[in-house]
Design a protein around this ligand. Structure first.
Ligand SMILES: Cc1ncc(COP(=O)(O)O)c(C=O)c1O
Length: 388
């Protein structure tokens, strides 16, 4: 099996696998219980919080565990939190994950204006539009650090600078940045950052929200997480996140980006009609989103899957549905173009041998006659922003 779908979810990382085969069995106690077992669980929780906070460079008191990035995003973008913060408008981009887009839809229904900033066809945000839209209104800006489909990295430092000078707040969806970009949250300085654990090999159902103040809680009940997030602590989830973080090896990213570049070079050599989305932008080392010159991505994915190769053509939440990627269409391309795009997302286990197998499988697909092609044309939507 060759797994090139790490942006959808990562396999359990080696330390997490060891944990699951043994130690997890002792991590069943309730961290809020007053007895010895409870105190021990609370201590493990607090050690994990400190280690994870150190990894992202934030104050452990600012870090709350949630069930994942979706919950963290829902907390910040909940109408009651937006009201409590005195926010007059929310600014975001159509390239965001569906978790953010759905929250923004609800905010609009509840009467909060949502203002969109565009991007050029590579996926770079129009930051001068952001600056002008920030003027004169207390805003919450919600943008991702790394795009899950193209891997394009947003300049969160520059965005935070603009947001701070407009006395506004910045929420970052950091789901795809964790373990893929080396950052310090203290340096970034954003008010809120959402993270997902399973993207770096923890158990599913664990994530975190780093917040400089205390947002109004989404889930109310007990006083866990300092009253911010009710519900018995998910100690095995938290421990798995701690171990997944410990397993991150930033030095390996150099190898990963070389493998990704090799994949892109080989594919564009085979067929120059292929185009790499986001090329020329700062991108996460592991992600490649490729336009296959009009061939149906769904057919290629089935072909690869039959050969034991896993890739994707959109976010995992929507793959399986026929709708083409909203990220690609938001860059100004039409649906036919988006239907011909495939995302390969590599991981620390990816090897050059795997890349060679993938390239030759794609070559076999391209030379075979068992695939449809969409007639060639200029797929960029009229009015789409120019590549700069
Ligand atoms: C950019 C981004 N944001 C949010 C999420 C949601 O994360 P979770 O699965 O932890 O809820 C994902 C996962 O697909 C993602 O890629």
């Amino acid at each position: 099996m060759i797994y090139l779908d790490y942006n959808s979810t990562a396999p359990f990382s080696p330390k997490v696998r060891n944990y699951l085969s043994a130690e997890i069995q002792t991590d069943w106690a309730n961290a809020a219980s007053p007895h010895e077992l409870g105190l021990e669980a609370a201590s493990k929780l607090s050690i994990a919080r400190a280690r994870i906070a150190e990894f992202v460079d934030c104050n452990p008191k600012a870090l709350s565990f949630t069930s994942g990035a979706t919950e963290s995003i829902n907390t910040i973008l909940h109408p009651s939190n937006i009201k409590a913060l005195g926010i007059e408008q929310v600014i975001s981009s159509q390239q965001e994950h569906s978790a953010t887009l759905a929250c923004l839809g609800r905010l609009e229904e509840c009467g909060t204006p949502v203002v969109w900033i565009g991007a050029n066809s590579r996926g770079q945000l129009d930051l001068s539009a952001l600056e002008s839209k920030l003027a004169g209104k207390r805003s919450l800006v919600s943008l991702m650090y790394v795009n899950n489909e193209t891997g394009v990295i947003n300049d969160v430092f520059e965005i935070q600078r603009m947001v701070a000078s407009a006395q506004s707040l910045f929420h970052i969806d950091g789901s795809q940045a964790l373990g893929k970009v080396q950052f310090s949250l203290s340096d970034v300085g954003a008010a809120y950052v959402s993270f997902s654990g399973h993207k770096i090999g923890s158990l599913k159902g664990i994530g975190m929200l780093v917040a400089q103040d205390t947002p109004s809680p989404l889930i109310v009940g007990g006083k866990q997480e300092n009253g911010f997030r009710a519900g018995t602590a998910n100690l095995p989830g938290v421990r798995s996140l701690e171990l997944a973080v410990e397993n991150v090896d930033f030095a390996r990213l150099k190898v990963t980006s070389r493998l990704r570049d090799e994949l892109e070079a080989e594919l564009t050599r085979i067929d120059p009609a292929m185009r790499i989305n986001g090329l020329g932008c700062p991108r996460a080392a592991n992600t490649s989103n490729i336009y296959f010159g009009g061939r149906e991505s769904q057919e290629l994915l089935f072909f690869l899957s039959r050969k034991g190769i896993s890739a994707s053509n959109g976010s995992a939440c929507t793959s399986g549905a026929i709708e083409p990627s909203h990220v690609i269409t938001s860059l100004g391309f039409d649906k036919e173009y988006a239907r011909s795009c495939v995302r390969f997302s590599l991981g620390p286990d990816s090897t050059i041998e795997q890349i060679k197998i993938v390239v030759s499988a794609i070559q076999e697909f391209l030379t075979g006659s068992n695939h449809q092609t969409v007639p060639a044309k200029n797929h960029e939507r009229v009015g789409g922003l120019e590549v700069t």
